[in-house]
Design a protein around this ligand. Structure first.
Ligand code: HEM
Length: 417
């Protein structure tokens, strides 16, 4: 399907037929980049009837709107994403808050994510990556075929974040199911009662789990993030119990799927660029450049959401108060005015404009250092332990999503070194 839709898009471009960007169109979900290019060229701010929102495609406009949190509010982010399936509806998570509440929570949470804290977690990430590869060998032997997306990428970030939060690794499988189900609420309009009941059950379970964990830690503090949040204080104010629970769930939801997808896409881009793969294997010091280029070229979060607080105008288009506005982060990352030759995958690229992959402005991703470090450790371990790690096909089964990008499955041939 991917190959067909890529061909359709290319042939439309060749015939000069304008591509119509509809985020829900399967061809767009499969290969959105030609559509983004068309938007940047002809319609940088475009009304999208299927989502009842304005899509914003160029770097400068995305940057401008993300930095103006007053005019473009985040308050509808969580309600739009999770609707009635928000596990903690009493308080918004910080990703869905505006100043001043956002600033207060962000200051508290920042303490846990400063680079020095992240550095202390590095050894744990190597251990987690090695243990997962040991599991693969225990199950499949020293060579064969695995699903790299589900057997490594999906398990690694959830294990790291579970450990950081202070959750026993044994609960990892539950965690992954809960996060996947709660995030699936984004497509709730398309689901029937059975699937919705599953989502509700996961939402309830995740909440119950963190309520119990909070109560345990409040009595007996440990060296983990939940305990840090319980004690953290800014200007004499601490987070309430319900705020700590919401924050923990946000970290789980924000940190799991994104990094999982990044790792899956890295292997896809290496498959598509074999010379780069050979170089990175020869020289692991190229791994950070590889991660940055995958983040730019094919980022895990394609789109985020904002809400216009006043009648305004963007790129000459009138935006009425109350409209949903969708900055197309992945399109901004391919903006030719910021990144020369943007459709070329180049790990040696000198990046002069900050990537949009983690957003910009007040809500800039709190976990950006953590996810970069996690990805680096995982790839170092994978390249040293596998002599062969090679997706079997060029054809990719992408997630069925317009905002999250990563492989659904990735059948991969492997051989231990
Ligand atoms: C490659 C991996 C990741 C990507 C692509 C990513 C992407 C993003 C983006 C685009 C935003 C901005 C949302 C907005 O402006 O509305 C964001 C915010 C956030 N991310 Fe990430 N993220 C990643 C990993 C992580 C990790 C590992 C964590 C934590 C464990 C995390 C926690 C958060 C939090 C808490 C926010 C909200 C910050 C705020 O509202 O101030 N993210 N992320």
């Amino acid at each position: 399907m991917t190959v067909a839709s890529q061909e359709d898009a290319i042939s439309a471009l060749e015939q000069d037929t304008p591509l119509v960007y509809d985020p829900l169109d399967p061809a767009v979900k499969s290969e959105p980049y030609p559509y983004y290019a068309e938007l940047r060229k002809n319609s940088p701010v475009q009304w999208l009837p299927s989502l009842q929102a304005y899509g914003v495609a160029t770097y400068d406009l995305v940057d401008k709107l993300l930095k103006d949190g007053k005019l473009f509010s985040s308050s509808m982010f969580w309600p739009a994403l999770l609707g009635e399936f928000d596990p903690v509806p009493e308080v918004p998570p910080m990703i869905s808050m505006d100043p001043p509440g956002h600033i207060h929570l962000r200051k508290l949470a920042n303490k846990a994510f400063v680079p020095s804290k992240i550095k202390t977690l590095t050894d744990r990430t190597y251990e987690v990556a090695n243990a997962l590869i040991d599991d693969i060998v225990a199950e499949h032997g020293t060579e064969g075929e695995i699903d790299w997306a589900t057997e490594f990428c999906a398990l690694y970030p959830v294990t790291v974040i579970a450990q950081v939060l202070g959750v026993p690794t044994a609960r990892r499988a539950d965690f992954k199911i809960w996060v996947d189900n709660v995030l699936a609420a984004a497509n709730r309009a398309a689901y029937g009662p059975e699937r919705l009941a599953e989502i509700q059950e996961s939402s309830d379970s995740i909440r119950k789990f963190f309520e119990e964990l909070y109560d345990e830690r409040a009595k007996d503090l440990q060296n983990d993030l939940i305990s840090d949040f319980i004690q953290a204080e800014i200007d004499g104010v601490r987070m309430s119990r319900i705020e700590v629970i919401q924050m923990s769930i946000l970290l789980l939801i924000g940190g799991v799927e994104t990094t999982t997808n990044l790792l899956g896409t890295v292997l896809i881009e290496l498959k598509r660029h074999p010379e780069t793969y050979a170089r990175v294997r020869q020289d692991p010091s190229l791994i950070p450049g590889l991660i940055e280029e995958v983040l730019r070229y094919n980022p895990p979060v394609q789109i985020i959401f904002r809400h216009a607080m006043e009648d305004t105008e963007l790129g000459g288009v009138k935006i009425p108060k109350g409209s949903t506005v969708m900055p197309l982060l992945a399109s901004a990352n391919r903006d030719e005015t910021r990144y020369p030759d943007p459709d070329t995958f180049d790990i040696d690229r000198k990046i002069n404009s900050p990537l949009m992959s983690f957003g910009q402005g007040p809500h800039f991703c709190l976990g950006n250092n953590l996810s970069r470090m996690e990805a680096k450790s995982a790839l170092e371990v994978a390249f040293s332990r596998f002599a062969i790690l090679d997706p079997v096909s060029d054809d990719v089964e992408w997630l069925d999503s317009y905002f999250a990008r990563g492989p659904h499955h990735l059948k991969t041939r492997f051989k231990i070194a």
